[in-house]
Ligand binder design. Structure first.
Ligand SMILES: [Zn+2]
Ligand SMILES: [Zn+2]
Length: 243
């Protein structure tokens, strides 16, 4: 147990994708470690069932910027392990509390087969809570996170949740999209969802120039795939998530 909890995949020269293969598929998210010249970026943090930070091969004394794409439990469990924590202002109060009503951790606890393997001895799902991780800085549309050799622009892409953000490396044409868009059933029926805003977000994605999109779930997408998923959403023909 421990080191083998997280699956790590090198998906680019400076980019590692992590996931939790033992977590129920509905809560099994992708999260990312992007290495920059002057600082590293960690985007999302899994369920927090095992310590994440020691598994990231971080360099001593190199700054680490942690960015949460949104408030849900499958993305913010390990957020508290990092000192510099960025997220959207619309969910600032929620990050400070990590209440079930915002993170949906109670849905995870109620699943049969929440995990296929216990993350540690004597673990049981009913005791799992997401630890508060107050933001040290809020971000909004147009803000830039500078890693020295890479710059990521913050895109506010509400709909799945009010504070959902994407991070766009315009030079490389890479978009980290969180739960805004991915291959698989999309979720727009949560208390924090807004379908009208989601439709606006999907139109933005259709008009966006990118090469590759890393979603919060599922495999990486080409721009063509992303735009097709967005079009299907607007036409009302996209897949819906089921637990
Ligand atoms: Zn989500
Ligand atoms: Zn998710």
């Amino acid at each position: 147990m421990g080191d083998d909890w997280y699956e790590r995949q090198q998906v680019g020269k400076d980019l590692t994708c992590l996931s939790e293969p033992h977590v129920h598929r509905y809560f099994a998210a992708n999260f990312f470690h992007l290495r920059g010249r002057d600082a590293d970026l960690v985007i999302d943090f899994g369920m927090g069932l095992r310590p994440l930070r020691p598994c990231l091969d971080l360099e001593v004394n190199k700054p680490v910027i942690a960015v949460a794409t949104h408030i849900h439990a499958d993305h913010v469990g390990g957020f508290h392990e990092f000192e510099t924590r960025l997220g959207h202002a619309a969910e600032e109060a929620a990050f400070a509390r990590m209440a079930d009503q915002d993170t949906l951790a109670d849905v995870f606890r109620g699943l049969s087969g929440a995990v296929s393997q216990a993350p540690c001895l004597s673990w049981s799902p009913e005791h799992h809570h997401i630890r508060p991780a107050p933001l040290t800085q809020t971000v909004d549309e147009g803000d830039v996170i500078d890693l020295g050799d890479k710059r990521l622009r913050v895109l506010h892409l509400p709909g799945h949740s009010h504070g959902s953000i994407g991070l766009l490396d315009e030079e490389a044409g890479l978009l980290f999209s969180g739960d805004v868009i991915y291959v698989g059933g999309l979720v727009d029926d949560l208390p924090c969802s807004d379908r009208a805003l989601y439709r606006h977000t999907m139109q933005r994605l259709i008009d966006m120039e990118v090469n590759c999109v890393y979603g919060g779930h599922g495999p990486a997408m080409s721009a063509t795939q992303m735009k097709e998923i967005a079009r299907q959403y607007l036409q009302g023909t996209s897949a819906k998530a089921t637990i």
